[in-house]
Design a protein around this ligand. Structure first.
Ligand code: CDP
Length: 203
């Protein structure tokens, strides 16, 4: 059996992952899986339940029991969490939740199941090329200048973005790294179509 086509798109906050992932997926007729939304959903559930994000056991149970639906809207057990995913409260704690090894194991398993069910996809995150799909057909690591990344983040304070970058890059489990066989692409002054064409040329 041939492996499903996976395009892995990793990079820090504001590097352009979501926009690029959507455009590449449209060209290839694939769906997008935004893995960040899964870490954000578990964080949002912890906040709703009043669970301390540092309480690894409780957060892990929440992640395991969460009946997550990821797509245009993100739901848990039928409750729509979409509007809570980019709030300050979630921005401030998502990197703590994402550093819990058992939470990552749980979500990585679901990400692999999603791809198997969908027959491939464009998957965006922090560890997709390095850990989740090391055999992806194409691995892209997006970057952009600090100023440009801050501009794209819009509502999130630059200090919050910087803090997430620091935690995501410094954690022991699946830190944000450039996979050895990833194409590094600086999107600072690039038009989206141009970036997409370049990625498609690597396929
Ligand atoms: O959109 P942005 O790049 O700002 O963030 P995101 O992709 O929504 O991810 C939010 C947070 O989830 C990140 O800061 C990481 O802490 C975590 N994350 C992760 O650890 N691994 C992934 N594959 C995706 C996100």
């Amino acid at each position: 059996m041939t492996e499903p086509l996976v395009v892995a798109i990793d990079g820090p906050a504001g590097s352009g992952k979501s926009t690029v992932a959507r455009a590449v997926a449209a060209r290839l007729g694939l769906e997008v899986l935004d893995t960040g939304s899964m870490y954000r959903a578990v964080t949002s559930l912890a906040i709703r339940a009043g669970v301390d994000p540092h309480d690894t056991d409780k957060v892990t149970i929440l992640a395991r029991e969460a009946d997550l639906g990821v797509g245009e809207r993100v739901t848990a057990g039928g409750v729509d969490l979409t509007d809570t995913l980019r709030t300050d409260a979630v921005n401030d704690t998502v990197s703590v939740v994402a550093s819990i090894p058992a939470v990552r194991r749980e979500l990585v398993e679901r990400q692999r199941a999603w791809v198997a069910e969908h027959g491939g996809g464009v998957v965006e995150g922090r560890d997709i090329g390095s850990v989740v799909f090391p055999r992806a057909a194409v691995k892209v690591y997006l970057t952009a200048s600090h100023t440009e990344r801050a501009r794209r983040r819009g509502e999130e304070a630059p200090e919050s973005v910087a803090r997430r970058d620091l935690l995501d890059g410094g954690r022991t489990v699946s830190p944000l790294v450039v996979a050895s066989d990833a194409h590094v692409l600086d999107t600072t002054d690039r038009a989206i179509d141009d970036v997409v064409e370049e990625i498609l040329s690597w396929l």
